[in-house]
Design a protein around this ligand. Structure first.
Ligand SMILES: Cc1cc2nc3c(=O)[nH]c(=O)nc-3n(C[C@H](O)[C@H](O)[C@H](O)COP(=O)(O)OP(=O)(O)OC[C@H]3O[C@@H](n4cnc5c(N)ncnc54)[C@H](O)[C@@H]3O)c2cc1C
Length: 218
């Protein structure tokens, strides 16, 4: 319908700016018809999801009345349930990261989601993908019979904020044995990444959050 009138990416979807305007500033685009900013690579990508569509629709409604609400991009987080297992993903897989030209590596947490001394628990696998150059978290994939989708969402926020494996290794997360270990499993998988980098002689922690500043000693 708009061929030849606005910029269209080679697969046929609209390119938009951060306020979701096409190259014709009077025409906004939202949803499956447009490219999104994929934060782990910083590049436009085609990741058609309702989670992006509904956000973009609401943002466009705001921005038509003034550019107050930029679209901050996506991690393309998604999940599915298969034979009683929950699979959740956010950001890049290792293969996707390597294909994108990133100096990426991954670690795998194989454990349970809460201690064995509790009445029940389930196996939990987490693959964490990160950038070796700047230690940014790039993605995670989680599998368990336990409900772990909100952990994928937590990693999504970490990717959005350019957090590093060092941030994730030590960020404050609740502990209560009904729910997790003294270190949450997201802390623990990030600690595996920190250990892996140390083992390979790349021990330069980077914390993006400034955190607590002691007024007497900063
Ligand atoms: C099987 C399936 C499962 C999915 N599950 C998920 C999920 O769990 N989570 C998730 O985030 N995403 C999921 N998605 C993706 C999600 O459905 C889409 O990303 C989302 O619906 C896109 O919304 P949209 O409004 O951009 O487009 P659509 O929902 O496709 O709406 C476009 C509308 O425009 C209408 N239309 C098209 N051409 C014309 C025309 N010329 N004139 C008038 N009307 C027209 C169409 O009939 C349609 O109603 C799933 C998709 C599929 C197919």
């Amino acid at each position: 319908m708009l061929a030849g009138q606005v910029d269209i990416e080679k697969h046929g979807s609209f390119l938009t700016n951060r306020y979701l305007q096409t190259s014709d500033s009077d025409i906004y685009a939202a949803g499956d018809c447009c490219m999104v900013r994929f934060n782990p690579t910083g590049q436009p990508a085609y990741t058609p999801l309702a989670s992006s569509a509904i956000r973009q629709g609401m943002l466009v409604a705001h921005n038509i009345f003034g550019h107050t609400h930029p679209y901050i991009g996506t991690q393309a987080s998604s999940a599915l349930e298969l034979y009683g297992n929950t699979l959740a993903t956010t950001g890049l897989t290792l293969q996707h990261a390597l294909n994108s030209g990133l100096n990426a590596a991954s670690v795998t947490y194989e454990g349970t989601w809460r201690p064995e001394y509790m009445p029940s628990t389930d196996a939990l696998t987490i693959v964490l993908v990160y950038d070796r150059d700047d230690r940014r978290v790039l993605g995670a994939q989680l599998l368990s019979k336990h409900e772990i989708t909100q952990s994928a969402n937590a990693i999504s926020v970490a990717i959005q904020n350019n957090n590093t494996i060092d941030d994730l290794a030590f960020v404050d997360m609740l502990f209560q044995p009904n729910f997790d270990f003294p270190f949450n499993y997201l802390n623990m998988v990030a600690q595996l990444a920190v250990d892996q980098e140390r083992t390979e002689g790349r021990d330069e922690p980077r914390f993006t959050a400034m955190g607590y500043i002691n007024p007497n000693n900063h």
